[in-house]
Design a protein around this ligand. Sequence first.
Ligand SMILES: [Zn+2]
Length: 143
Amino acid sequence: MNLNVARRRLEDEWQWLLCARDAIDCEQLSAQSADDRVGELSPIDQHQADVGSETFEREKDFSIRDQVAHDLVAVQEAFVRIDQGTYGRCETCRAPIPDERLDAVPTRSYSVPTGPTALEPVTLGTAVDAGRTTTIRILLSRR
Ligand SMILES: [Zn+2]
């Protein structure tokens, strides 16, 4: 992949991630002040279900925020690889990363898919427990 193109895409990604992070922060601030208002007006009226879904929303925000923080680091690392001349090459086998993979995700640093989608079950054997036979499988990375 052309490094100027990669740089532009990474800069776009960086800006987008910063906006996403700000948006999450704003949302949490306004949710917080809404809670304060509800607390002052009707401490008893708030239904348990509302509290539950509110907590769920918060947790979702936190996991998105984690993902955004992780992606920001990934973009920084990609810039470092551009500077070091290793961008577009696999971190493990040094093979060139196919353009279509970099087009889809410009921060990629592996030649083949990694992560949960790259795991495949491998059967180790069977075990018999309480008369029931269980197949023992582990997930191995294809990386
Ligand atoms: Zn590789």
